[in-house]
Design a protein around this ligand. Structure first.
Ligand code: SF4
Ligand code: SF4
Ligand code: SF4
Length: 191
């Protein structure tokens, strides 16, 4: 397992698998690695969000140069409580704990709830729908385990010289990381 310093600085795909860290929304890591190699091979560093600095300001959804943000929500299964009443999934004081639109916090229906066994549910992210608005991240951070967080997805990001989100990020959370370790995963130890 990588030491705590290298965990904070990001983990390679190999570390990711060996460490047993499972992150929803990053399960297509094979395709991801290939896409990263294609798009960012010349770059030694790429943009990433330090999840410990993000203050969920919402600008990741509005400031990316892409029509739909390259920033997506991910869920650390190591940290997630698999809660029935998930405060990242449900509106505060939902009418009912079901997938009715009136009960859901996510504006695009990108957070997917799947029954595992009573009383546990698994939450994953449909990245094609996720706009990186951080509403679920805020709910999970304030009242849950903080397992939901934002990451720049490198199968989408153009790795602009000056990231337009970084310029306005309220938490100064955008950092440059090595292109071969492009994610800053949240784990039990870094949490
Ligand atoms: S609430 Fe926002 S950040 Fe969370 S899954 Fe939905 S679109 Fe993505
Ligand atoms: S580097 Fe460019 S494409 Fe990537 S998140 Fe920032 S603005 Fe979006
Ligand atoms: S712009 Fe910065 S503080 Fe705001 S949601 Fe994105 S990473 Fe978090």
């Amino acid at each position: 397992m990588a030491d705590s310093e290298s965990e904070r600085n990001g983990m390679s795909r190999r570390d990711f698998v060996r460490g047993g860290v499972r992150v929803a929304g990053m399960t297509a890591a094979g395709a991801l690695t290939g896409a990263l190699a294609d798009r960012a091979a010349p770059a030694r560093e790429v943009w990433q969000i330090d999840p410990t600095k993000c203050v969920r300001c919402g600008r990741c959804a509005t400031e990316c140069v892409l029509p739909q943000s390259a920033v997506k929500c991910v869920n650390s299964f190591d940290i997630c409580g698999y809660c029935d009443l998930c405060t990242g999934y449900f509106e505060p004081d939902p009418i009912d704990l079901n997938t009715g639109a009136e009960n859901l916090l996510c504006p695009t229906g990108a957070l997917i709830r799947k029954f595992i066994e009573d009383p546990y549910y698994e939450y994953t992210i449909d990245e094609d729908l996720c706009i990186g608005c951080a509403k679920c991240v805020e709910g999970c951070e304030l009242f849950g385990n903080g397992s939901l967080y934002l990451q720049v997805r490198h199968d989408r990001c153009l790795n602009c010289n000056e990231c337009s989100i970084a310029k306005v990020c309220a938490g100064d959370a955008f950092v440059r990381v090595p292109a071969d370790r492009p994610y800053l995963f949240k784990t039990m130890r870094s949490h």
